[in-house]
Design a protein around this ligand. Structure first.
Ligand SMILES: [Zn+2]
Length: 308
């Protein structure tokens, strides 16, 4: 697409949400991405004509150019263990369509078949698997998907200023039809609280992210950080505290951050299927020394670092 005329990923998603709200009202969730992608793309000479689940291990999603005439297909993995991520993946591919595709015309098919090089093959929300060249594009598609599926104004209403609990996470994941990881990460992005999330496997942090307020107060959780003894997540899925609906108080001395240790309230959710834990850390006190810088762009995933 022409970069100068291109909308930002947030803007493109927000504009679609405005239309959806007008047509369907406040209870329009979860967003039917397939129907939306087909409907919106009908206005272009190279529409999305097929949205299809495929069953290929390790495959996540793809925006594929049609080989014989101008048009596109969205392919996604429909295996059981990918189910929670499907809607996000569809939205991610739809994002590539709106933001990044080269519009196809009959001239591209002059030799009877489209040459290679138009497709997008993706691993949404897994920045540690992105190559540098595709990083910005993939981030943009993720941002588009996140804002399309989970508009912040609606999400704020659902949370209503509360601390994140297991029940509230369950509510938003089913309202928006997204994975726990996607829902938790979105909350970390917009919450005004000092909070952080981390995804861990085999006793080590795969990636972590702090809310804006927490990050500015010196909270940063690099990938590769060992899970500390005494934390809720260290107890594993059968630990009594890890079953609690509300986050559990953990004293100072367990979790350490760049500026030292402090008490946290911890909520850990385990996915046996994925072999992962997702942990939310809520910090007790607002940091008196922090300074807000509201101009700082916060939609880049600059805190993500791949596993070492
Ligand atoms: Zn992609």
């Amino acid at each position: 697409m022409n970069d100068r005329n291109r909308k930002s990923p947030k803007r493109a998603a927000t504009d679609l949400n405005t239309i959806l709200r007008t047509v369907l009202g406040e209870e329009r969730f979860p967003v039917d991405v397939e129907a939306l992608a087909m409907e919106v793309s009908r206005n272009y000479p190279d529409p999305i004509t097929v949205v299809k689940g495929v069953d290929i291990d390790g495959f996540e999603g793809m925006l594929r150019a049609r080989r014989k005439k101008p048009g596109w297909q969205i392919l996604y993995n429909n295996e059981e263990r990918y189910r929670g991520r499907q809607r996000f993946t569809l939205a991610h591919e739809f994002g590539h369509y709106l933001l990044h595709r080269k519009p196809l015309t009959p001239a591209d098919y002059r030799d009877g078949e489209l040459p290679d090089g138009f497709d997008f093959e993706c691993v949404p929300m897994q920045s540690n698997q992105w190559k540098d060249a595709e990083k910005e594009r993939e981030e943009e598609a993720d941002t588009f998907a996140s804002y399309l599926l989970m508009p912040i104004d609606d999400y704020r209403k659902q949370v209503a200023g509360n601390e994140m609990s297991r029940a509230l996470l369950g509510h938003v994941t089913s309202r928006y039809g997204v994975s726990l990881t996607a829902a938790a990460r979105k909350w970390i992005e917009f919450t005004d609280r000092r909070a952080a999330m981390l995804v861990a496997r085999d006793g080590f942090v795969l990636w972590g992210r702090a809310s804006s307020a927490a990050f500015k107060s010196g909270i940063f959780i690099p990938s590769g950080t060992p899970i500390p003894d005494g934390s809720v997540v260290a107890q594993g899925p059968v630990g009594q505290q890890s079953q609690s609906d509300q986050s559990v108080g953990v004293p100072a001395g367990v979790w350490h951050f760049s500026r030292g240790t402090e008490p946290v309230r911890e909520l850990s959710v385990f996915s046996e299927r994925l072999g992962l834990s997702i942990t939310l850390l809520h910090f007790e006190n607002e940091d008196p020394g922090r300074e807000y810088d509201d101009d700082e762009p916060w939609d880049t995933y600059d805190q993500f670092v791949g596993p070492r």
